[in-house]
Design a protein around this ligand. Sequence first.
Ligand code: N1C
Length: 322
Amino acid sequence: MINFNDITTHPPPPHPPKKRGVVPMLQGVRARTHTGSLDKIDERARTKFTCKQTCSGSAELLEPTMCSRRTCVILGVIGVLLGVIITVAVVLTLPLKRTFIRRCELFPGYDCENLWSVFQQAYVGKDPCNVPMEAYDPLIAAAPFKPACNRMMFWSKTKDLVQDFTKKRGCFLTLEKTLLGSVLDDLSWCGEEGSSETFKRFCRRKCENNPVGSFWRRASAAFADVACGDVTAVLDGSIEKPFDPESTFGSIELKRFKSPRVRSLKIVLVSRKKALSNCMNTSLQDLQRELGAGITYSCTEMTESQFNECSSDPEKPCGPCW
Ligand code: N1C
């Protein structure tokens, strides 16, 4: 008879606590360690152990791995290089495109991605001193200027004054307030032969046919071509020669005002702190000679504060300030 009370149950011999992910080879190493052969640790296992420590920074997670010190270094270098390339691409091109698209989307009804690609075709891959005005013809054709009779405002050397003015008195239209003028206002860009990149820094502006100068000349020409009715131009009365025939206004825009489409040109001569010229200035006489036949000329002198007063009254209809 079997007395079940006599039967003693022996718990299974305790297993040593398992270390997560211990390499089989290292288990072998431990076993041998127990038998006193610590000095004969497999060199390959030691190498892998060291590598895992280097890669993960932890000696706990010991797993079979293909990683060697050289692989770690190569992967690290590739990672750093990729990081540098992505950062350079983002810093050099994306912000310009992002600004372009963000500003463009404020104008409903345009395909901004398409405009960006037409814009890029003007200068990408080209010598930055060899981008003529005509390179922007397709861009102008893709977003043509619309005439705004009696409300078109031109300027020379007075961009800051005029920008403040038009912000407050929305009735006047400058090139910077049109789609093409606004998307590229205050930006710099260029390409490089053999490259498909857009660069926005270190773009040379000394040569005549640089991408930025050519754009403004082309856009100014197209904007002046649609001028109609009474046209206003704001010039700087704090310089000795308010009309510069070499400026974009003098060399391009003025020459494109045509009668009878343009009825009159009103010059507003704004002096900042000190007036250095007035409406009798010889450069303004040159301007009148350049003005197309049949277009009436007038000139008004103003201080900066009078000019600003005029802009601060949004109730006044466009024009009666001068
Ligand atoms: O050469 P400017 O001025 O006489 O050109 C101003 C004239 C304005 O009437 C605008 O319609 O030409 C148009 N225009 C711009 O709208 C514009 N925005 C920004 C011309 N240039 C423009 N810029 C930049 O300012 C461009 O980089 C160019 O070189 C300057 C021109 O400034 P300016 O000599 O005071």
